[in-house]
Design a protein around this ligand. Structure first.
Ligand code: FMN
Length: 284
């Protein structure tokens, strides 16, 4: 089922795969080679750590071979460059209307999908609008739906401010919800997995950083999420988001129509060093 296979010519019996397996299901067979007993296969986390840690690339699992992996030695980004990315990524609210090249779009999604998930459930789903025309179509439907709700005095409590966005759209054709972006990404996950919300947000954070590293502008979009999921939940059906999925979050993205020259300067970080000295007073 999990297809754990070993190249006996290159395995050095170092035991790294045994020690690192978080499910502890790999043991040395009588012949001295690592193996997984068939009755233990169902406990496999499918994390592929055995493949990742083998120094000689002798392990394959789940149909994946070491030859398909990237080597990690000295290959992580320089910390200063990564720091600049984290400090320098900005919310982009002005976009060019042209679509990303399909290969780039695919790569951004494939890489973001590598993000970790609770219990390695790997059930995060990306729902994507891959052209400006599709975002325009959705925006028009959402604006029409919001207009209906406003006219019927049916906006949910606390969401009256959407009337303002619709009015600005009708009067000035300025789109404060989708920012007239060429792409929209919605991340969802089944409610039943261990940590659907966290899985979605980690995947979207990974997408955000990798997109910006590729010169693609992104905007976390709470307004779009609210409009589509909370005010007009029929939009979920329209977009094919499964009923049993938690709508994690939405992000618009595309080629930016502006560029930032420098980082901003937030901080200092709020850090509380716990368990130092006497305990804090009981909270009142
Ligand atoms: C969860 C989340 C939801 C957001 N929703 C919106 C939104 O609906 N519309 C918008 O213009 N900006 C939205 N933003 C962007 C924030 O306003 C922005 O991150 C903040 O002003 C800081 O700017 P920066 O991201 O450029 O550092 C959102 C950000 C986050 C993290």
């Amino acid at each position: 089922m999990i297809d754990f296979m070993l190249n006996r010519q290159t395995c050095t019996h170092c035991g790294a795969c045994l020690i690192d397996c978080p499910a502890r299901i790999i043991s040395l067979g009588e012949d001295g080679y690592p193996a997984i007993a068939s009755e233990k296969e169902s406990n496999c986390y499918r994390c592929e750590h055995c493949l990742a840690i083998c120094p000689t690339g002798s392990v394959s699992i789940l149909g994946q071979h070491a030859s398909g992996s990237r080597l990690l030695k000295d290959a992580f980004p320089d910390p200063d460059a990564l720091e600049t990315l984290i400090r320098g990524r900005r919310s982009v609210r002005r976009f060019k209307s042209d679509s990303l090249e399909p290969a780039l779009l695919q790569r951004l999604l494939d890489v973001a999908w590598q993000a970790p998930t609770g219990e390695n459930s790997r059930q995060v789903r990306f729902t994507v609008l891959d052209s400006h025309d599709k975002v325009v179509q959705l925006r028009d439907e959402v604006m029409a739906g919001l207009t209906r709700m406003i006219n019927n005095n049916a906006l949910p409590e606390g969401m009256g401010f959407f009337a303002n966005f619709v009015s600005i759209w009708n009067k000035h054709r300025v789109d404060i919800i989708f920012r007239d972006a060429p792409h929209l990404l919605i991340v969802s996950a089944p409610q039943h997995v261990a940590s659907p919300m966290q899985d979605c947000v980690i995947a979207l954070s990974s997408f955000d950083l990798f997109a910006q590293a590729n010169g693609v502008g992104t905007l976390w979009n709470g307004l779009a999420k609210c409009a589509m999921n909370d005010i007009l939940p029929e939009t979920r059906y329209r977009l094919g988001i499964p009923d049993d999925h938690l709508f994690g979050y939405a992000m618009v993205f595309g080629k930016p129509a502006m560029h930032y020259v420098r980082t901003v300067q937030h901080g200092p970080a709020q850090i509380y060093r716990a368990l130092e000295g006497s305990p804090p007073e009981d909270p009142v």
